[in-house]
Design a binder for this molecule. Structure first.
Ligand code: ATP
Length: 311
C-alpha cells in the first residue's frame, strides 16, 4: 500500500461517515453535541450523592443548567461564579458539570480549564493575555457552540483580564460572525469565602439549621463583596456591573461531619473497606475555625486524600 493514498482514503471515508452517519461517527470520535439534552435527573442524583453539605450550590447549579439547556434559544451564554473556601467542592462540582455536558468531562476537547497562576502569571502581560483569551474562546466556540470554559483561581487573576471576555458574555446575537449564546462559563474563586463563613456562623450561633440558609442570604452579599474586593479577579468588573454573571453560587464551609463523609467517600473510591476509626482520625487531624468553637474545616476536604494515604 502507498501510505499517502491510504491516509487520503481514511480521511475521505471519515468525512463520508461524519456526514452520512453522524451517530456512528460520534461513537468513535468526540462530537460537540450542541443539541444534546441534559440528563437533569442524572445530574441531580450525582450532586445529591457525591457533593456533601452544599444544599445551595446543588440547588442553584441544577436550576441554572436545566433552565439553560432546556432553552433552545438562550439570549446569552450561561455564566456561573462559584465562591467559597478551599476544599469545599468548587473544582469537584465543575468536574461533575463538565461530565454531564460532555462525556469526557475535563478531558473533552470542548471543555477548557484556565488556571490563573499557570496561564496568566504576569501582570505586565495583561494585554497579551486578553488577546490570547479572546482568540482562544473565539476559535473554540466556532468549533463547538456548547463549549465549556472554566476559570480556576479567579481571585489570583490580575484585574481587568477577565473583562476581555465581556463581549462574549453579553446579549449579542453574534460577535464577529460567531454566536456565543450556547457556551458556558464557570468562574471559581475563594473570594467571598469569608463572607459566606460569617453568614453560616451567624446561623449556627443563632441555633438555626445550615439547610435554612437561603440563596437570598448570600447572593447579594457575594456579588457586592466580590466587586469591591481588589483581589477577587472581578474587582470593579464590568461583568458584574453589567449583570452578566447569571448566578453567584455560594459554597458553605464544611463541618466535621462533612469531612468524615469525604474520608468515607475517598476510602470507597480506593476500594477500601470503611474503617470508622481511620475516618475519625483523619477528620480530627484537620484544623477548624473559629479557634474556640471549631466548627468549619479551614481546608474543607482538601487534604483528606493525602492524609488518608498515611493510614
Ligand atoms: N462538598 C464536598 N463534597 C464531597 N467531596 C468534596 C467536597 N468538597 C471537597 N471535596 C473533596 O475534596 C477534593 C478537593 O476539593 P475541590 O478541589 O473541589 O476544592 P475547591 O473548592 O475547588 O478548592 P480550591 O478553592 O482550593 O480550588 C475534591 O476532589 C473532593 O474529593
Amino acid at each position: 500500500f502507498e501510505p499517502i493514498s491510504v491516509a487520503l482514503a481514511i480521511g475521505v471515508a471519515s468525512i463520508y461517515v461524519a456526514y452520512r452517519h453522524p451517530a456512528l461517527y460520534c461513537r468513535f470520535a468526540e462530537c460537540c453535541g450542541e443539541e444534546k439534552p441534559l440528563n437533569a435527573s442524572a445530574l441531580k442524583l450525582q450532586l445529591e450523592e457525591k457533593l456533601f453539605g452544599q444544599h445551595l450550590a446543588t440547588e442553584v447549579i441544577l436550576k441554572a443548567l436545566t433552565g439553560f439547556k432546556n432553552n433552545k434559544e438562550p439570549k446569552k451564554p450561561l455564566t456561573l461564579s462559584l465562591h467559597g473556601w478551599a476544599g469545599t467542592g468548587k473544582n469537584f462540582v465543575s468536574q461533575i458539570v463538565a461530565e454531564n455536558l460532555h462525556a469526557k468531562g475535563l478531558k473533552s476537547n470542548f471543555v477548557h480549564l484556565f488556571v490563573s497562576t499557570l496561564h496568566f502569571p504576569h501582570e505586565h502581560q495583561t494585554k497579551l493575555y486578553q488577546d490570547q483569551l479572546q482568540e482562544w474562546i473565539r476559535g473554540n466556540v466556532s468549533a463547538c457552540a456548547s463549549s465549556v470554559f472554566i476559570f480556576d483561581e479567579m481571585d489570583k487573576l490580575h484585574p481587568g483580564i477577565i473583562d476581555a471576555i465581556k463581549p462574549f458574555l453579553d446579549y449579542y446575537e453574534q460577535v464577529g460572525g460567531v454566536s456565543y449564546r450556547k457556551a458556558i462559563f464557570i468562574f471559581l474563586s475563594n473570594a467571598g469565602g469569608d463572607l459566606i463563613t460569617e453568614t453560616a456562623l451567624e446561623f449556627w450561633r443563632a441555633g438555626r439549621k445550615r439547610e435554612d440558609i437561603q440563596l437570598n442570604d448570600l447572593e447579594r452579599v457575594l456579588s457586592v463583596g466580590v466587586f469591591n474586593n481588589k483581589h477577587s479577579g472581578l474587582w470593579r468588573s464590568r461583568l458584574i456591573d453589567r449583570n452578566l454573571i447569571d448566578y453567584f453560587v455560594p459554597f458553605l464551609p464544611l463541618e466535621y461531619t462533612h469531612v468524615k463523609m469525604c474520608v468515607r467517600a475517598e476510602m470507597r473510591a480506593r476500594g477500601l473497606a470503611v474503617d470508622e476509626d481511620v475516618v475519625t482520625r483523619v477528620a480530627e487531624e484537620m484544623t477548624f475555625y473559629p479557634k474556640d468553637e471549631k466548627i468549619y474545616s479551614d481546608k474543607g476536604c482538601k487534604t483528606v486524600q493525602s492524609r488518608l494515604s498515611f493510614y
